[in-house]
Design a protein around this ligand. Structure first.
Ligand code: FES
Length: 114
């Protein structure tokens, strides 16, 4: 394990189309972090709170590389964090995820508060 990596868990434990949430107490980040396993086989990590309201994006609907907030329907791109439609206008923070030997590791790269 290198640098400031955080061990998320085994890749096989996060089903495709699902997310696991790392609570802020476990990472030291200002927000919980959601790690998604997308249908292309990739893993993506973003700040879990919708920038429009205090809603967990991990509980939303994953479509391709976008996560839809279940409350008002804003969709966020998992690769750049930008909202794709209203009502959210601010991006969520995006973090780095690597998979090695079947294990998922997170590096927090965007510390600004959304
Ligand atoms: S709380 Fe997420 S779009 Fe309104």
């Amino acid at each position: 394990m290198a640098g400031n990596e955080i061990h998320v868990g085994a890749a096989a434990d996060i089903a495709v189309g699902e997310a696991t949430v790392l609570p802020m107490g476990a990472t030291g980040h200002w927000d919980d972090i959601a790690v998604f396993h997308t249908e292309d086989g990739g893993f993506h990590a973003i700040d879990d709170s919708c920038t429009h309201g205090d809603i967990s994006l991990a509980e939303g609907e994953l479509e391709g590389l976008e996560i839809e907030c279940w409350l008002h329907g804003s969709r966020f791109c998992l690769t750049d964090g930008k909202p794709q439609c209203l009502p959210a206008t601010e991006p969520v923070g995006v973090h780095r995820v690597e998979v090695r030997d079947g294990e998922v590791y997170l590096t927090i790269v965007d510390r600004k508060q959304g």
